[in-house]
Structure formats: C-alpha cells, structure tokens
Design a protein around this ligand. Structure first.
Ligand SMILES: Nc1nc2c(ncn2[C@@H]2O[C@H](COP(=O)(O)OP(=O)(O)OP(=O)(O)O)[C@@H](O)[C@H]2O)c(=O)[nH]1
Ligand SMILES: [Mg+2]
Length: 452
C-alpha cells in the first residue's frame, strides 16, 4: 500500500456531460468527505453511489451537484480505497474540484498510476496492466478481443504454465545436484531433461507463431504510400480512407509533409502514411519532405509504390523500385484510364489502377489481404501474445532453452545447464512483471493516459 492518496480527472479533457474525478489511497474517502455535503461518506457501505454536493470549504457554497461512488479496499481497481466523483463536465468546475482535493492533501496522479498501483498491489500482473492500454487504444473489434482476453489473464496463464514447466525442470536438476549418487548425471540430462526442454521449446514456437497474427491485430500494419510527385498517392490515400484527408491537385509536389490515417481491412488496422513525392529537387521544403519519405520507407511494414501509367519510367521510379525491393510491397501502375506510356515489361507483379474507378481500391485491399494472409481471425477463443515486449522475452526464453540443449549435447556439467534454464525462467517472469526493475515499470506506465 502507498501512503499518498492520488487524484486525477479520469475522463477526457474538455467539455462534456460529466467528468469523473478519481481518488485512490487510504485518505480518499476522508478527503472527499470533508467537502461533501450529503451522507457521511465514512459510514456508507462499500460500492455505493451517493448523491450530494461538493462544497467550497471557505464559504460553504456548493461548487457542484455530484454523485460520489465509494469503493473500499481491497475489491477495487487499485486494490486501495477509491472514490469517484461524477461532477458536471465543465472544464472550470472540474478544475475547481480538483484544486480543492489537492489542498486537502491529495496528490495529482501520474499517467497510468492507478493501473500501476493495481499492479504493485498485485491485483493484476504486468500483462494484464499492459492490456488495459491496448484496450483503450484498440481500433478494431479484433484488437479489442485480443486486449480483453489478455486483461482477463489468459496471456498470464499461458506464460505461467510454461514457467511452471521450466520450474519443474529446475527442480529435477536440483534433486540431481543434491544427490549425485542418485544416478549418472549425464544420462539424466540426456534422457530426462532433453525431451522435456524440447517439448517446452515446441510450445513456445507454437505461441510465437500465433503471436505474429497477434502483433498485427494489436499494432496494425504500418503502410507507406510512395512514388514520384503527381502519380496519385494522395488520391489513393483518400480513396482508401473514404475521406478527403489529403489535398489533391494537378500540381506536382502538392504533399509536403507526411499525412497519416487509419483504415480497417479484415479487422486489421492499417496505419497509412502518404508521403511527399520523391524526386531530386532543389526546393528546400520539398527536399526535407523527401528525406522523411525515405526514412518512413525504412520503418514501414508495407510499401505501396505508385507509378504513373501515362509516363515513361524515370530515374526516380527506378530508384524507388530498387530501394523498396526487399520490403513487402504493392506496385500500382496508376492512371490506367489515360494512355499507357510506361514500360510494363520492366516491372513485375503490379496492379493496374485508376483512382477514378472504385474497383481499383477493392483490388488494392484484396492484395493487402493476400500479402498478410488476412482471413477470419478467431479472436474470441484464441489467446494471442500481441505485445512486442512479451514476444521479445519469449524469444529470449526460447534462446536460453536452446542454449541448454547445446550444453546437454556437449555433456556439460548439470549446473551449467541449469544456468540457462534458470535464465529462461527469469525471462518468462519478466513477461508477468515478476522479475522486472522499477525503471521498466515506470516507463511502461508513463505511456498511459492520465487518470487510468
Ligand atoms: N486521370 C487520372 N488522374 C489521376 C488519377 N489519380 C490521380 N489523378 C490526378 O493526378 C493529380 C495528382 O494526384 P495526387 O493524388 O495529388 O498525386 P500525389 O502523388 O499525391 O502528388 P504529390 O503530392 O504532388 O506528390 C491530381 O490532379 C489527380 O486528380 C488517375 O487514376 N487517373
Ligand atoms: Mg500528394
């Protein structure tokens, strides 16, 4: 438990019907009670909602008419006493109540601090805490399902089971070390340890395979539209988004900066980025845009390279074809409604499109589905590991186990083998947050929104 009682506005900032001010900590009820006119909150039952007014202490005037929820430890979000004030959603009134609570001894919560307390108080583990953020940021039904399952503790269970299996390996080694006369150590490691380790590695591989989809479901696919100026990149972005998001003109060099949008294809979020046309240029502003485009190409998971059907291939086109060669990409020969001048024989695997024709967009979407094998995802019953941090740690655990197999093969002493197996156990623990330092914890939670 923590000494300080924290407070934050948990609803989005701005004018709205209601705002919720949330407090957590041992003084939460006491603090609100001092400015609440209604029932004595110290005496009300846990998990009740109480009608009354928030009163200015100095003059006794009501600041707002409110509903106050009182939830007593331990069955609360943070496992501490929690009070939530439902006030009217004006910026001024919300701030005024916040100020009042601060003068009474509450401290402003840091981003994610409520969830962090839930974790530190051991109500949830780290995978569950992280899934709270995923849930808030979910943009599709599928990514929401993945997050809800993780919040439910399904990812934890998966990892905990693996970890128990690793632990029983360690236990069997310990027995062996303690009673060397028990049997021949090398025989034991080869006959007993090896198959068990291989079995665990197999399970990890299966989880990692499913995680590929999980990661796409959670993070979406970072997609960049590139091409020379005026080939129709912004037109494509607008068509895919069904919205006039980017400015389209017949002037080459219209898009100067990166333009971003999100679309949903088969339940997967595509983070689309429209870029400034790439060409050798003297224009400083345009040159900066071009540099940025090159950078985003490197970071992208999918490139849509747009070429102009109505013009012959230029040096810039060739260069773009080259630099995107090793990426997942879709090549569009656009403006097929116009006369064809492009040398199609020099390009393979392209789609012909016209932004004047809606079928072209369906073709592009179909191609994206094909490339990423996007079908129907069973997000309701399948547990996906989706978070990069978890996937990385699981890979680490796998590598440690693989190391231990090599040691067994080389007939190393058992305590050497045990070191690698223990590492695997620690890596799995890091996923659950059992073996992680303060620094990581602080960083993870700082990405949360205020009041969560
Ligand atoms: N005929 C025809 N015109 C198109 C097509 N696609 C885009 N255009 C036109 O081409 C011009 C340039 O389109 P944009 O979408 O702005 O091209 P861009 O690639 O974003 O250009 P920059 O931002 O300058 O790099 C506009 O006048 C569009 O209306 C197409 O398929 N057929
Ligand atoms: Mg443009």
């Amino acid at each position: 438990m923590f000494d300080e009682t924290i407070v934050a506005v948990s609803t989005a900032f701005g004018e709205g019907a209601i705002s919720i001010i949330r407090l957590s900590g041992s003084e939460a009820i006491n603090i609100v009670n001092k400015v609440f006119k209604g029932k004595n909150l110290m005496d009300v039952k846990s998990h009740t909602i109480n009608y009354g007014h928030i009163i200015n202490i100095e003059d006794g005037f009501a600041i707002d008419e409110v509903l106050v929820s009182v939830m007593k430890s331990p069955r609360t979000y943070t496992a501490e006493d929690i009070v939530e004030i439902n006030c009217h959603g004006g910026i001024f009134v919300t701030n005024k109540i916040m100020e009042l609570l601060l003068t009474l001894g509450a401290r402003v919560a840091e981003p994610g601090e409520f969830t962090k307390r839930a974790f530190l108080n051991k109500r949830i583990d780290l995978t569950q805490a992280e899934s709270v953020m995923d849930l808030i940021q979910a943009k599709t039904e599928e990514s929401l399902n993945v997050a809800v399952n993780a919040l439910d503790g399904r990812v934890s269970k998966l990892i905990k089971n693996l970890r128990e299996e690793v632990l029983s390996l360690i236990a069997s080694i310990e027995v062996n070390i303690d009673y060397p006369e028990y049997d021949d150590a090398i025989v034991i490691s080869k006959k007993i340890l090896k198959p068990s380790i291989e079995e665990i590695i197999k399970k990890i591989d299966e989880i990692l395979e499913v995680a590929k989809t999980g990661k796409i479901l959670r993070d979406g696919i970072k997609t960049v539209i590139v091409g020379r100026p005026n080939v129709g990149k912004s037109s494509l972005l607008n068509k895919l988004m069904r919205e006039e998001k980017a400015i389209v003109t017949e002037i080459a060099g219209t898009t100067r900066d990166l333009i971003e949008g999100y679309i949903n294809i088969a339940g997967i979020t595509l983070n689309l980025i429209d870029t400034a046309g790439v060409r050798d240029t003297e224009d400083v502003v345009e040159a900066i845009g071009v540099e940025r485009s090159k950078k985003v190409i490197n970071e992208a998971e999918l490139i849509i390279l747009v070429l102009d059907n109505n013009e012959v291939l230029t040096k810039d086109d060739i260069k773009l074809l080259e630099i995107t060669e090793h990426k997942k990409r879709i090549i569009l020969i656009n403006k097929v409604d116009l006369e064809s001048k492009i040398e199609k024989n020099k390009i393979d695997n392209y789609i012909e499109t016209s932004m004047l024709d809606d079928d072209s967009i369906i073709k592009v979407e179909q191609k994206i589905k094909e490339i990423f094998e996007l079908g129907d995802f069973k997000t309701k019953d399948l547990t996906y590991l989706s978070n990069s941090r978890h996937i990385a740690k699981l890979n680490n655990a796998k590598n440690s186990l693989t190391e231990s197999l090599i040691s067994i093969e080389n007939e190393m002493p058992v305590d050497m083998i045990e070191i690698d197996i223990k590492d695997a156990w620690i890596f799995l623990g890091e996923i659950l947050g059992e073996e992680v330092g303060d620094e990581l914890i602080n960083e993870l939670f700082s990405k949360f929104c205020l009041g969560k």
